[in-house]
Design a protein. Structure first.
Length: 165
């Protein structure tokens, strides 16, 4: 195999991941930036830049929340937070977005934008447009956990909250 035959690690696809049974555990071998980019892609690829940045900010806010408390049930780092079962629906088995985020690569312009947002987030260059929010949902639903809570903001197709749980 020559150097030109090798794919960069961020161009992993579902086929490659499928060889490891396509499990969430197998995805943990990807870089935090790639996991964050795929989470942004799965949750907000139809949003504008502000919507993508808002999702990245929620992930970073969860990491900060956890670190400030010496740990939290949803994980202490980007990979653990993004892949925590049931927290970001795009990673749920059976969610149609999961297959898309597993197959996406840098040929997709939306994914390239998600990667740039993820890099800025990890490098600490992303402002927090969601005012410390650790939770969100799409505007079309009314989840049980949001009832009785006042949203912090609405960006794109998502409503953001803090102080949940």
């Amino acid at each position: 195999m020559t150097i030109t035959d090798r794919k960069p690690p961020h161009i992993a696809t579902a086929k490659a991941m499928g060889e490891r049974k396509g499990t969430i555990d197998a995805l943990a071998s990807l870089t935090p930036m790639d996991i964050l980019a795929r989470t942004i892609y799965g949750e907000a690829r139809g949003e504008d830049l502000a919507g993508m940045e808002a999702i990245a900010a929620v992930v970073l806010n969860r990491v900060a929340f956890s670190k400030a408390r010496g740990g939290y049930w949803w994980g202490n780092d980007i990979v653990a937070v993004c892949l925590k079962k049931g927290q970001f629906s795009c990673w749920n088995e059976g969610d149609p977005n999961r297959e898309k985020l597993l197959r996406v690569n840098d040929r997709d312009p939306a994914f390239r934008l998600c990667r740039r947002v993820a890099k800025r987030a990890i490098d600490g260059l992303l402002p927090d447009p969601v005012q410390g929010a650790t939770h969100y949902h799409v505007v079309q639903i009314d989840p049980w956990w949001a009832r009785g809570h006042v949203p912090l903001c609405e960006i794109g197709n998502h409503v953001f909250y803090a102080g949940i749980g």
